[in-house]
Ligand binder design. Structure first.
Ligand SMILES: [Zn+2]
Length: 403
């Protein structure tokens, strides 16, 4: 009976978590390569494991060979009381040695995607499988959405929005170092293109140097006032700029007639990519008014974005109250499992909680295993103690919100 679940019976359910199985499942998932664009085999891996465990599985092809997976543990009611959200894609292997080894060393599982973020997805799936086996009565349903393409055009989460997915609350299972992160920033990719006049390098006064325009602009970017938001009880979130890419010139002995830079402008609540773009355009207009030879244009662009809908929508910040039912439930579950209060904060990064909060209206927080600074690095390894804690916190939170 749902209403007969007490703290001690929850603890009994927590004891059903099979640590060896969780570790083995996570290692196999890491060994199934799923670099962005090639998520198919990882989706099949999840689908098979969940079907074998008796969960309901729906594959939804978002792009050819790239399905989202929706896993459901049905309750008495079809409404989803808690949705776990994670992405099945990883960044490329880059310089990582043995990216698919899933070797256990230093109490961690090594491999590309171990932290970002197969550990979080594996923990959510194992929580549902454990609950299914327990036979516990659930009033509401539970779900895991394993989406594609988080590392590039976010088509997986975009598809969840198209499908009108509904849930009372959600957890993004991205690595958070087991902190409860109630807000994340948005990211506005802005390309500025500078146009000069080509000339021989021995007569620079004849030409106009586009690289020099870029250099001057980069130094003047600090004139743009960057907004900060004080989230009571959580901290101050500050907008930032980073110049991540520069391309320009044709030869060392030519005056460059062309140069472009890409800015990664991180936005806070109340901003979006269009407001950030407008600020850059105003700075460029000021520079042009000071120098009639200055020619520059800014637009929303990112080298890997070909898909128009994401360029138009952009990636927005979002926040869910630390007093929300989902934040409170995770806080209580973390304390029950670890004996410690959870650290509450926000992330300077971006996550797909954006789509859940801003488009689907689902209160969403981020809580996941793994140290996020290891994401995308050659030292990507998932702490096993984090993984095993996350399964238990997810299971306990699911019971709080669905039983
Ligand atoms: Zn991620």
């Amino acid at each position: 009976m749902a209403d007969s679940i007490t703290d001690s019976s929850c603890s009994n359910l927590l004891r059903l978590v099979n640590d060896e199985e969780v570790i083995a499942f996570t290692r196999s998932f890491i060994q199934t390569a799923s670099v962005n664009g090639q998520e198919g085999p990882a989706a099949e891996f999840i689908a098979k494991a969940c079907r074998d465990a008796g969960l309901q599985v729906t594959l939804r092809e978002v792009a050819p060979g790239r399905p989202n997976v929706l896993v459901v543990l049905p309750g008495e009611l079809p409404e989803i009381g808690l949705l776990f959200h994670g992405h099945s894609d990883t960044v490329p292997f880059l310089s990582m040695a043995d990216p698919l080894s899933a070797e256990i060393r230093d109490g961690s599982i090594w491999g590309r995607g171990s932290v970002d973020q197969k550990g979080g997805l594996a923990a959510a799936i194992m929580a549902l499988i454990t609950l299914k086996r327990s036979g516990v009565h659930l009033r509401k349903s539970l779900a895991v959405a394993a989406v594609i393409d988080e590392e590039s055009e976010h088509r997986g989460s975009y598809a969840l929005v198209d499908d009108g997915l509904k849930a009372d609350a959600a957890i993004t299972t991205e690595p958070s170092d087991l902190q409860l992160l109630v807000a994340h920033k948005g990211t506005a990719p802005i390309q500025i293109h500078f146009t000069g006049v080509l000339a021989h390098g021995s007569n620079p006064w004849v030409g106009v140097n586009a690289i020099e325009m870029a250099a001057k602009t980069i130094l003047r970017l600090k004139e743009i006032p960057l907004k900060s938001i004080d989230i009571p009880g959580v901290g101050v979130m500050q907008a930032t700029f980073n110049v991540g890419l520069i391309n320009g010139g044709t030869a060392y002995n030519n005056v460059a007639d062309s140069c472009s830079i890409f800015l990664d402008r991180r936005t806070v609540m109340g901003e979006d990519q269009w407001s950030a773009l407008e600020e850059v355009r105003q700075l460029l207009a000021k520079l042009a008014s000071e120098d009639p030879k200055f020619r520059a244009e800014a637009e929303i662009a990112r080298p890997d974005w070909q898909w128009e809908p994401i360029r138009k929508r952009g990636l927005k910040p979002s926040m869910t109250s630390p007093d929300s039912a989902i934040a409170q439930a995770i806080g209580a579950a973390h304390r029950l499992v670890t004996g410690q209060p959870v650290d509450v904060g926000f992330t300077n990064g971006y996550n797909d909680g954006d789509f859940l909060v801003n488009d689907l209206g689902i209160p969403t927080v981020n809580y996941g295993p793994g140290e996020s600074p290891r994401s995308h690095t050659a030292q990507e390894k998932l702490r096993i103690d984090h993984l095993l804690t996350a399964v238990r916190v997810y299971l306990e939170t699911a019971l709080t919100l669905a039983a």
